[in-house]
Design a protein around this ligand. Structure first.
Ligand SMILES: Nc1ncnc2c1ncn2[C@@H]1O[C@H](COP(=O)(O)OP(=O)(O)OP(=O)(O)O)[C@@H](O)[C@H]1O
Length: 317
């Protein structure tokens, strides 16, 4: 096991003119990550993802709890823990006025890498950065900067890489490109712990994941297991009177949910229930503009565990 964490907690206290405020950012998180996995921490803004990663990366001290990273105790052997991990923060930390080569070389030296120039050239090559390695950081595109940030975290060859929301702000093409590169890391044997608030990212990339909300793990498993847990199908209907339609379909559904002009109806067996739903709507004179039948998504899992949609939870934070 590359990460074995139990009962991690962190409360922040801030003092301002309005008085003292405490935020229980992480409220007892357990994480078990196997070697070679891409493991996801999925949750809305403010759920405690960054705080969890920063504790595991020795950047902040937990109030309580224990963790072993690559076999080293987080609190007793922070130096050994640090040597075994790479940490890429949300903002990346690519310097504007330094070249990627110089910046990565500096990181290699800080980590006492035996051949800093060679290790830097290798990691630049692996991330297709050789061409722009000697330009100031400010001239790089968003996707290139992200790759430099990851190269910085990997130059000392750690077995474990932390990626805090690695694709936030990237366009779809750059996101897909970065997903491929993260998968390549796994192929080369690097374990990856990544946080994300993107459902599709967790689904596409992670071998296993936890869903966190308000500092707690609310679900854990492979994307497939989690979706099967919320077994069944979702019928998504677009129509003019979604609230009246929801009332009409309630008797046939496990749950209904209205967002603007979209009605989501959770049913056990979509294929067989669909004709009944359509008949009921027709009897009430309700006209559809579109209909779709899908398997449950990770958002449905989040909804089932917290009573809120991950999208709404993110927007509200
Ligand atoms: N240094 C700090 N001082 C005070 N409060 C903090 C501090 N760091 C985090 N928090 C609070 O702890 C909670 C969890 O924050 P955290 O950054 O871990 O969430 P997150 O899931 O990573 O969110 P995001 O996706 O927005 O980065 C939030 O309410 C945040 O405001």
């Amino acid at each position: 096991m590359i990460i074995d964490a139990h009962g991690l907690r962190k409360t922040f206290t801030t003092r301002s003119r309005k008085g003292t405020q405490t935020v229980e950012a992480v409220r007892g998180v357990n994480l078990q990550v196997e070697k070679g996995e891409i493991f996801g921490v999925l949750g809305p803004n403010g759920a405690g993802k960054t705080t969890t990663i920063r504790m595991l990366a020795t950047l902040i001290t937990p109030d309580s709890g224990t963790a072993a990273i690559a076999g080293h105790d987080l609190l007793k052997a922070p130096g050994a823990v640090r040597r075994n991990l790479g940490y890429v923060s949300q903002v990346g930390g690519v310097e504007e006025n330094t070249t990627p080569r110089a910046q990565i070389m500096m990181a290699a030296k800080i980590h006492s890498v035996s051949d800093p120039a060679g290790a830097t050239a290798d990691v630049l090559d692996r991330f297709d950065l050789t061409e722009m390695a000697d330009r100031p950081g400010r001239t790089l595109s968003g996707g290139q900067k992200r790759r430099v940030a990851i190269a910085l975290g990997l130059v000392h060859g750690p077995p474990l890489l932390f990626l805090d929301e690695p694709t936030t702000g990237l366009d779809p093409q750059n996101r897909a490109n970065l997903w491929d590169r993260i998968r390549q890391l796994r192929e080369l044997g690097t374990s990856v712990l990544l946080s994300t608030h993107y459902l599709d990212e967790a689904d596409a990339l992670c071998d296993r994941l936890v869903i966190v909300d308000h500092g707690l793990v609310v679900a854990e498993g492979t994307p497939g297991e989690l979706k099967r847990e919320v077994s069944g199908d979702v019928v998504t209907l677009r129509l003019d009177e979604p609230d009246r339609a929801a009332e009409t379909l309630k008797p046939y559904a496990r749950e209904t949910r209205v967002d603007d002009d979209v009605l989501r109806v959770y049913v056990d067996d979509g294929e067989h229930t669909l004709p009944t739903l359509l008949r009921a709507l027709e009897e009430q004179g309700l006209t559809l503009s579109s209909i779709a039948l899908d398997r449950a998504t990770l958002d449905d899992v989040f909804l089932a565990k917290t009573g809120r949609s991950l999208r709404d939870a993110g927007a509200a934070a």
